[in-house]
Design a protein around this ligand. Structure first.
Ligand code: SAH
Ligand code: SF4
Length: 410
């Protein structure tokens, strides 16, 4: 008789880091005999890789859990009396990623349909967790935490990920791959939950990073994006980020690469020089400014001034002409007044970014900004958001046509 292959459906929400994490999980599960499916209906295991960076992202997860759980109950009743080959008649639901870390076992209180919760550091344990839930009933993981919830497991305490999880050789795309160079973040921008859910910054060794990229090149992948919350802070045994760029640039078979995200406080002319020298590096910098107001930047704990940012942009463009530049903006941070907002508006106009992601400030419990009064009314946040969106739309259009003009005349 043909052996039944368990199927797993993975839904990814949030940033590129989560996209890569889902791939890592998929790699581990396929290596353990699972098959991926794009249809949750036929899945034995449903995984939601979640984002906690803004409240809106979390709301999406809660509604997604509700939707999937409803489906699951439907599947379970339709399968009643006709269990699957492995003896289970309903899929397991697992919540993984940043929200898992933030809410831990509280997720079970909010949704009784969730079977396990795994934080970002513990994704390597997922195959074992599924095994213990589908295997011997009620078996717990090493930590034994699940004993308080019958057949429920949560694992959110791990500190560093074991290196081998990155080396299953599983990549979703045939041409491009994301490669994590640093995990976590130690910057503690006052509005941000990332340091709390992903832990302090940890860098991978250049040997491991290069080994992972070479493995992907052997599969025919030629384009790469290096990932980290603050890639410029990379440092491992005397090799800094500029050094890493040089090493990656030298890899045979690699055609093009880029990196995200950069932090203005750790970005320097040395980095721009290294970027200029790396011939395979895409001349693109995502440099989130967040606000154009010095007072707000300080309250955000960003560690640079408006002037410093503008100088960086100037040097970047001089050294890397023509180069692309994008940013992130938060409007409606606590105490942001019309004058602060105007500073952001003017900065966007002055810089002329190729593109910008604009966010409305959203309180993240436990962060430093959560202790400040969220005093910009929602309607005002929406207004500022709309104004900046419209401005950036016009700027992006102008910048694009100017660049195209430049290309056709050169
Ligand atoms: N490490 C990157 C990205 C972090 S999250 C960086 O430092 O830029 C991506 C973006 O989400 C941030 O740049 C910020 O603009 C936005 N963001 C983070 N927390 C937020 C919050 N509480 N409210 C609104 N936007 C937020
Ligand atoms: Fe969050 Fe700041 Fe770290 Fe980016 S640098 S992840 S915004 S704390």
């Amino acid at each position: 008789m043909k052996k039944y292959t368990k199927k797993v459906f993975i839904k990814t929400l949030g940033c590129q880091m989560n996209v890569r994490d889902s791939e890592v999980i998929a790699g581990l599960l396929t290596a353990n005999g699972y098959q991926l499916t794009a249809d949750p209906i036929e899945a034995d295991v449903i995984l939601l890789n979640t984002c906690a960076v803004r409240q809106h992202a979390e709301e999406k997860v809660w509604s997604e859990i509700g939707r999937l759980a409803k489906r699951r109950r439907k599947i379970a009743s339709s399968l009643e009396g006709a269990p699957r080959n492995d003896g289970n008649n309903k899929p397991l639901i697992g919540v993984v990623g940043c929200m898992a870390q933030n809410y831990k076992e509280k997720i079970f209180e909010r949704s009784a349909d969730v079977d396990f919760v795994v934080g970002p550091s513990d994704i390597g344990k997922i195959p074992g967790i599924i095994e213990s839930l589908t295997g011997k009933k009620g078996q717990t993981t090493e930590s034994g935490k699940s004993s308080i919830f019958e057949r429920k497991i949560w694992e959110t305490d791990g500190e560093a990920r074991p290196e081998q999880i990155y080396h299953t050789g599983f990549f979703q795309d045939k041409e491009h791959a994301y490669v994590v160079i640093s995990e976590g973040c130690s910057n503690f921008c006052s509005y941000c939950v990332v340091p709390y859910v992903r832990g302090p910054i940890r860098h991978r060794s250049q040997v491991d990073i290069l080994r992972e990229i070479k493995g992907a090149i052997d599969q025919g992948i030629s384009k790469f994006t290096l990932l980290g919350q603050n890639v410029n802070a990379y440092e491992y045994e005397g090799i800094d980020f500029a050094g890493l760029l040089k090493l990656v640039n030298g890899l045979e078979g690699l055609k093009e690469f880029s990196f995200i995200t950069s932090h203005p406080k750790d970005t320097s002319v040395d980095l721009f020089r290294a970027m200029a020298e790396a011939c395979k590096l895409k001349k693109y910098l995502h440099l989130p400014v967040q606000s154009g107001s010095d007072r707000i930047l300080k309250a955000m704990n960003r560690g640079y001034s408006r002037e410093h940012y503008l100088q960086l942009v100037d040097k970047y463009r001089k050294l890397l002409k023509p180069a692309l530049l994008s940013t992130d903006i938060i409007v409606g941070f606590p105490s942001e007044e019309e004058g602060d907002f105007q500073d952001t508006y003017d900065l966007l106009k002055d810089v002329g970014f190729d593109s910008a992601y604009i966010f409305k400030y959203s309180v993240r419990p436990g962060t430093a900004a959560a202790a400040m009064q969220d005093d910009v009314p929602q309607a005002e946040k929406e207004r500022r958001h709309g104004i900046i969106l419209q401005l950036q739309k016009e700027i992006s259009k102008k910048v694009k046509s100017k660049k195209e003009e430049g290309k056709s005349t050169s």
